[in-house]
Design a protein around this ligand. Structure first.
Ligand SMILES: [Zn+2]
Length: 329
């Protein structure tokens, strides 16, 4: 039987703040969701984060002594040591010491993770990476990111920002990226890239689109494109598959760097996994030394919208049990 101990996971998203009390088996015992409303300003959002934390603790009926700490998953640039969100455009935050504020209010230790790293922990402890010591989680949504578990530990990097997989360059002479580099993977393989590839192709080829899907849906979002592709629209399917091809190139780089057992793909764009995964597998295997790629599994994430909450809480368990996970969580 698992230990009776709990951690609070907080997922700070641009549309909602999700707080969950999570047990040692990754079950969410109680949860509280509040809208972010970033436009109301930093203080209002901080208050809602504190209030969601308080509510989830009191709703659970669990004695605070059994709660090991609070894990926070946040997008943007963070400093895991200082517990600061340095910059998160979706929250409208700059230099917010959220870790310290929660610690002061609730007297619990706090650990901050970037959202891809939190999702990686969730998949590793309770999802598609269970039983492995070398797992890479790749998220494909608006952007592309990754969380890397290597030799049984999360690679955090200097300040918790390791795994910026979307900004590895796959074309030295490619289009400029907002990061300053050129030809970054996320300019070819993210939801945003899929949208822009579809718009460009529509303008340049003037190919007819089946089912009048553009007219029906108005906006050409990655979600619309993926749904049309899955429904059999060849024009959009080709664009989605192209993204898979590029993700496979990125995955090959990960194999050379980390020698993983499994690469787990998640994020909204992976709703089109039926089209993406075969393309990822193909270009990845075509580009790797056979002996290196042979044993590598490509898997779809198993944990859905709760990955941030679960992973942030999971990171707290790992942090508090050095004898079980003696690494640098
Ligand atoms: Zn970039």
């Amino acid at each position: 039987m698992a230990k009776e101990e709990y951690a609070i996971g907080l997922d700070l998203g641009g549309t909602k703040i999700l707080a969950g009390l999570v047990d040692h088996d990754g079950r969410i015992i109680a949860q509280k969701q509040l809208p972010t409303y970033a436009e109301e300003g930093k203080r209002a959002v901080i208050e809602r984060v504190l209030s969601a934390t308080h509510d989830v603790l009191s709703a659970s009926g669990i004695h605070p002594e059994k709660v090991r700490g609070v894990g926070i998953a946040s997008a943007g640039v963070i400093n895991s040591d200082s517990g600061e969100v340095i910059f998160a455009s979706n929250l409208g935050w700059r230099n917010v010491p959220i870790g310290l504020l929660i610690e002061q209010r609730f007297g619990l230790p706090v650990r901050l993770f970037n959202d891809a790293n939190a999702a990686a922990i969730a998949e590793w402890l309770w999802g598609a990476g269970v039983g492995t010591r070398n797992m890479i989680y790749v998220t494909v949504s608006t952007g592309v990111g990754a969380g890397i578990v290597s030799d049984g530990r999360l690679i955090s990097g200097r300040d918790g920002s390791a795994g910026e997989f979307g900004h590895i360059s796959i074309d030295w002479n490619g289009p400029p990226c907002r990061c300053g580099n050129r030809g970054c993977l996320e300019n070819y393989a993210s939801g945003t890239a899929i949208e822009s590839a579809a718009s460009h192709k529509l303008v340049s080829t003037k190919e007819p689109v089946t089912d009048g899907i553009l007219v029906q849906n108005g906006e050409l979002t990655a979600k619309v494109i993926c749904e049309a592709a899955l429904a059999g629209d060849a024009f959009f399917a080709q664009i989605v598959k192209q993204a898979g091809f590029y993700l496979g190139i990125g995955a090959a780089n990960l194999i050379y760097l980390f020698n993983p057992e499994v690469i787990v793909f998640g994020g909204g764009v992976m709703n089109a996994s039926a089209l993406l995964l075969p393309e990822i597998e193909k270009s990845m295997r075509d580009r790797c030394i056979p002996g290196l790629v042979q044993g590598v599994r490509v898997a779809l994430s198993q944990i859905g919208a709760e990955a941030g909450v679960m992973g942030a809480a999971g990171g707290v368990f790992a942090l508090n049990q050095p004898e079980e996970k003696p690494q640098n969580f």
